[in-house]
Design a binder for this molecule. Structure first.
Ligand code: TXA
Ligand code: MG
Length: 357
């Protein structure tokens, strides 16, 4: 493992993207920053390289990867068809946190990338390091988030190191990512309806501004953790538990005063039981909570900040050894849809509704 550890340190020291690009071309895995979260990249055409990505993450092989491109014309070699609405979305939001699921061109990428589906998910990240790396590698780059499967996605190179040191070829450190939650994954139907398969950095409201019909995959709207009778999500990854800290986490929703009262009482009881407590709260409420660790998600009216801070806060709960964690719910509008989706996944859908609504 010493050699591998050295390998990581060596790649970190290399600011030179050409070297990272060469690693990708040679079939190695390289973690790199995007505007959403860090990705773990591999040449999408190279099955052995793609398998190394699945192995490093411990990712189930039925969960397909997003292919990252640096230029619009790279898309034509990957997919067979781009309809008018998909074209409009790319013009509006690329480069940016929007992933399009499109019919895959046979043989364009390793079948391990698409997990056997007849579609491929593609996006053009809005990050200079990612764009330069992909362009220099001269290949489509398959890249899931660079975390161990089930852990919160990495928003810092240090998070990648925590999860994957010794398991990957290298890390390009580009500092903290911007958006903090992953891209929005959409599929455009034959009738032009844009269906959100995973909420993310581009909001439903933004999509509605350029597309006539925007819908959400019914599987995402079905309440609860999902049982045998709930519909299968069209984005395979959405069925897995994710982001969960080791401690028990619940999300509390309702009028702010009722939420605060419930959390204060629950924290006091938990402390009595001898739990190590943590709270994820909005800045305007954070001061009133007495817990072993209080993480501010920024102002409730600025959910961009909550998106940026969420995954690091969930990781910190583990670092602090928290056994009992409570999070304030936020609005489900705008970026709130993605923040609440990730919070509820992390909580295993333990949502507590308080007060009169
Ligand atoms: O922001 C992001 O999208 C980050 C950065 C690194 O680009 N990547 C990311 O990848 O979040 P990952 O692998 O963690 O999530 C990819 C999601 C999964 O839910 C997967 O099931 C879905 O995209 N997906 C991939 N290919 C698909 C396909 N052909 N059809 C439906 N869903 C697909
Ligand atoms: Mg992921």
């Amino acid at each position: 493992t010493d050699d591998v550890a050295k390998g990581i340190a060596y790649k970190q020291a290399l600011a030179d993207l050409q070297d990272a690009a060469t690693c990708l071309r040679q079939g190695q895995t390289v973690a790199f920053p995007t505007e959403t979260v860090y990705g773990l990249g591999a040449d999408a055409r190279n099955t052995a390289a793609v398998e190394a990505v699945f192995a490093a993450k411990g990712r189930p092989s039925d969960n397909p990867l997003i292919v990252h491109i640096a230029q619009r014309d790279q898309l034509d070699s990957l997919v067979t068809e781009v309809n008018g609405t998909a074209e409009v979305l790319m013009t509006a939001f690329w480069p940016g946190p929007l992933t399009l699921v499109l019919p895959v061109r046979r043989g364009a990428v390793s079948p391990r990338v698409t997990a056997g589906l007849d579609t491929v998910a593609v996006r053009m990240p809005d990050h200079p390091v990612a764009l330069q790396l992909i362009a220099a590698a001269e290949c489509p780059v398959a890249a899931p988030s660079a975390n161990r499967s089930g852990r919160p996605s990495p928003t810092l190179a240090a998070h990648v190191r925590e999860d994957l040191a010794g398991r990957i070829g290298g890390i390009v450190d580009g500092g903290p990512t911007g958006v903090g939650v992953e891209s929005t994954v959409v599929q455009v139907g034959d009738d032009g309806t844009v269906t959100i398969l995973r909420p993310g950095g581009i909001t439903a409201e933004q999509l509605s501004a350029v597309a006539a019909r925007v819908a959400t995959d019914p599987a995402l709207l079905a309440e609860g953790p999902g049982g045998d009778d709930s519909p299968a999500p069209r984005s395979p990854g959405m069925k897995y538990t994710h982001y969960a800290p080791t401690g028990a986490l619940c999300v509390v929703e309702g009028p702010p005063a009722a939420v605060a009262a419930w959390i204060c009482a629950a924290l006091a009881e938990a402390a009595q039981r001898g739990e190590r407590t943590a709270v994820l709260a909005f800045a305007e409420h954070a001061e009133q909570y007495r817990a072993d660790a209080v993480f501010s998600l920024g102002e409730a009216s600025e959910l961009e900040e909550a998106a940026r801070r969420l995954y690091a806060a969930l990781r910190s709960c583990d670092e602090q050894g928290a056994t009992y964690i409570v999070a304030e719910a936020c609005s489900r509008e705008g970026l709130g849809a993605a923040v609440m989706n990730r919070l509820l996944k992390a909580a295993g859908h333990r949502l507590i509704q308080v007060g009169n609504r």
